[in-house]
Ligand binder design. Structure first.
Ligand SMILES: Cc1cc2nc3c(=O)[nH]c(=O)nc-3n(C[C@H](O)[C@H](O)[C@H](O)COP(=O)(O)O)c2cc1C
Length: 257
């Protein structure tokens, strides 16, 4: 007759069969599964990003053709090229005025007072622009500091310094030959005083804004220029008349050959 097996004397009752994994290993397994799931989710998110950028994935949006020639600004941006060879033609003082104004000149009253042609972090205005004059009708050769508030030039050197500037710029012919060069320099303290180390980044960004404004104005006037970043700082400061500000860019401008 079937029934509960009789316990034999001395037999040891076995408990429930031992599971192959006890609770500590189960927990580890659970964590492992969680980790794998999380990693997988991350990978999916990552592949979403790739979808945005990647060449062969879905979700790309075809843009209408940029209207490069339908606005004056579009045309100027489209036409801009770095030009390093210039004719012997002079530029006029009116054009020099336009170039300087476009870089850091005053525009309208902003929230923090009269604002400038190029944006400045917190309107700290760290940039100081000098004009190196070789051949400008209405201006003696030399180097001048641009004073945006008065829209005036204050001479720092009363002789042509384009050769010395070119030498500071590792002999680059564009700096030697251009009728005019903008020297974009900065007083970092104005911006780092408010923003600390991060202010340095802002100053560099602003130098690009100002220089590109001048570059596009040059295009607008039928001239062309190039950004020159390769130069010896000390030599450049000496050539400009022993200026204190830190040099960031030289922008020679002239009529393209
Ligand atoms: C920060 C910066 C520094 C540059 N420095 C020099 C330079 O020292 N000499 C030079 O001939 N070109 C210089 N260039 C110009 C680049 O070589 C030029 O922009 C690049 O070759 C692209 O050509 P594009 O301006 O005609 O589009 C500089 C450009 C930038 C933005």
């Amino acid at each position: 007759m079937l029934g509960r097996p009789k316990r034999r004397l001395g037999a040891v009752r076995l408990g429930a069969p031992r599971r192959r994994f006890g609770w500590p290993t189960s927990l580890a397994g659970f964590i492992l599964i969680l980790t794998i799931g999380f990693a997988f989710a991350l990978q999916l998110a990552g592949s979403d990003q790739e979808t945005d950028r990647g060449p062969d994935t879905n979700g790309r949006v075809e843009l209408p053709a940029a209207r490069t020639h339908e606005t004056e600004l579009g045309e100027l941006i489209y036409r801009r090229r770095s030009v390093r060879d210039y004719t012997e033609e002079s530029i006029g003082i009116e054009e020099a005025s336009d170039l300087l104004w476009a870089a850091v000149g005053l525009t309208v009253d902003g929230v923090t007072g009269p604002t400038r042609a190029a944006p400045s972090a917190g309107a700290t205005d760290p940039l100081v622009v000098y004009l190196s004059v070789r051949r400008v009708e209405g201006l003696e050769p030399g180097v001048y500091r641009y004073l945006p508030e008065d829209h005036e030039l204050a001479p720092t050197v009363a002789e042509d310094r384009s050769a010395q500037l070119a030498s500071a710029a590792l002999g680059q012919g564009a700096v030697r030959d251009a009728p005019v060069s903008l020297l974009v320099t900065a007083d970092y303290g104005r911006t780092t005083g408010r923003y600390g180390d991060r202010g340095e980044r802002y100053v560099h960004i602003e130098a690009g804004h100002a220089a590109q404004n001048a570059n596009l104005m040059a295009e607008n006037l039928g001239f062309a220029g190039v950004m020159i970043g390769a130069f010896d700082d000390g030599e450049m400061q000496a050539a400009a008349g022993g200026i204190d500000e830190d040099p960031l860019l030289i922008v020679p401008i002239g009529r393209a050959k």
